[in-house]
Design a protein around this ligand. Structure first.
Ligand code: AVJ
Length: 323
C-alpha cells in the first residue's frame, strides 16, 4: 500500500516554485531531493552497484553481521521506520533478525520516490512476518504520519541509513534529528548510517565514477526540468563536476555550464542566464568522523548505545536510544 502525500499537479507546482527560487540564488542551486524521479532512482540504484561507490555494500555488510545486536534494545512488538528506503534490502536484513522473536513486525517506508517504494515493497513482500506501509512523502511528513499510526505498545526503531544525513548541512541535520527525537518515546531508537572522511582520491572516484553513471544521475535533474517544467536545457552544454570541499568536509556535485547561455523554464516563469563555467550546485554529501556522529546526535537528545565501523570503505552505523 502506498499513500501519496500530494497530488501530482501540486507536486509540480512546488517543484516549479523551488526551482525558480533556487536558481535565483548565488551560487545557483537545485535541491538534491529532485534528483530522484523514476530514472534518477534507478540511476542511484546503479550507483550503489558501482565498484567505486562503496557506501551501500559497506553498510549492508555491517547490517548482515550485527543486525541482531542492532534490534536488541527495542521492545516487541517492533515497528521499523525507514527514512529514504531505496530498495528495501537493508530494512529486510533487520526484519530478518527480528523473525526469531516470533512477533509480527510493522514496517513504515518513507520516500519521495514511487519507484523506491515499489521496489522496497517487492523486496519486503517476500517476508511473511512483516506488514508494510509505504508513505510517498518528505521525511518530515512521513515521520509524523508513521508516528500517528504506530501501535500504543512496543518500540519504534527509526532507520536513517546510507549516509542520507550527509545531504543536510550541520544546522539542518541538527534540526532534523531534533524533529525525529520529537516524534519518539522513551524506549525508541535510531540507527544512523554515516559515511566517514577518507582520502580525496577515493571520494572523487565515488562521486565522479569512470563509467559516468553519477554524471548521468546528476544531469538527469535537467532532463526532469525539461520534461516537467517545459524547459530547454541543452544536456550537452552542462558538465558533471564533483569537488571535495575540505573546510566544510563535504563532496559537492555541480552542473557546470560549458558556455554562456540562457535557458528558459516556462512553467517556473523564468529565464536563466549562465556565464561560461557557472555552475548549479545540486548536492552535498557531508563526511564525518566516528566521534562527531555521536556528538551530533547526542546534542539532539539521544543517548548513543553502540557504534559499528567498517574499516575498509570507512563507514559507520551508530545506534542511539531515547531515555
Ligand atoms: C543517497 C544522498 C547518500 O550522497 O552519497 C550518490 C547520493 N550522490 N552519488 C550520497 C549520491 C552521488 C548519496 N545519498
Amino acid at each position: 500500500m502506498i499513500l501519496s502525500a500530494t497530488t501530482v499537479p501540486e507536486a509540480v507546482r512546488d517543484f516549479a516554485r523551488e526551482v525558480a527560487r533556487d536558481l535565483a540564488l548565488t551560487p545557483k542551486q537545485i535541491q538534491s531531493k529532485y534528483l530522484y524521479d523514476a530514472l534518477g532512482s534507478s540511476l542511484f540504484e546503479s550507483i550503489c552497484r558501482l565498484p567505486w561507490y562503496r557506501i551501500t555494500r559497506a553498510e549492508s555488510r555491517l547490517l548482515a553481521r550485527s543486525a541482531n545486536e542492532m534490534v536488541a534494545p527495542v521492545e516487541d512488538p517492533v515497528t521499523l521506520l525507514e527514512l529514504g528506503c531505496g530498495s528495501g534490502e537493508k530494512v529486510a536484513l533487520l526484519a530478518e533478525a527480528l523473525r526469531t522473536r516470533r512477533r509480527r513486525v510493522a514496517i513504515h517506508l518513507i520516500d519521495i520516490s514511487a519507484t523506491a517504494l515499489e521496489l522496497s515493497e517487492r523486496t519486503l513482500g517476500a517476508l511473511e512476518h512483516v506488514s508494510v506501509v509505504g508513505h510517498r512523502a518528505t521525511y518530515e511528513d512521513g515521520l509524523r504520519r508513521a508516528a500517528r499510526e504506530r501501535p500504543a505498545k512496543g518500540g519504534l526503531l527509526v532507520l536513517f541509513l546510507g549516509s542520507n544525513i550527509g545531504n543536510f548541512d550541520p544546522p539542518a541535520s541538527q534540526e532534523f534529528l531534533a524533529e525525529i527525537r520529537g516524534t519518539l518515546r522513551p524506549g525508541d531508537a535510531l540507527l544512523l548510517g554515516a559515511d566517514l572522511v577518507k582520502p580525496v582520491g577515493e571520494l572523487m572516484l565515488a562521486y565522479d565514477d569512470p563509467l559516468g553513471v553519477t554524471a548521468a544521475f546528476n544531469k538527469n535533474v535537467l532532463v526532469r526540468i525539461n520534461r516537467e517544467l517545459a524547459a530547454n536545457f541543452d544536456l550537452k552544454a552542462f558538465e558533471h563536476r564533483a569537488v571535495w570541499n575540505p573546510l566544510e568536509r563535504r563532496v559537492e556535485m555541480h552542473l557546470v555550464s560549458v558556455r554562456p547561455q540562457t535557458v528558459s523554464i516556462p512553467r517556473a516563469g523564468i529565464e536563466v542566464a549562465f556565464d561560461d563555467g557557472e555552475s548549479i550546485w545540486t548536492e552535498s554529501s557531508y563526511k564525518y568522523e566516528p566521534a562527531e556522529i555521536m556528538e551530533l546526535v547526542s546534542e539532539a537528545g539521544f543517548r548513543s548505545h553502540a557504534q559499528w565501523v567498517e574499516p575498509d570503505a570507512r563507514f559507520a552505523l551508530t545506534l542511539f536510544v531515547v531515555e
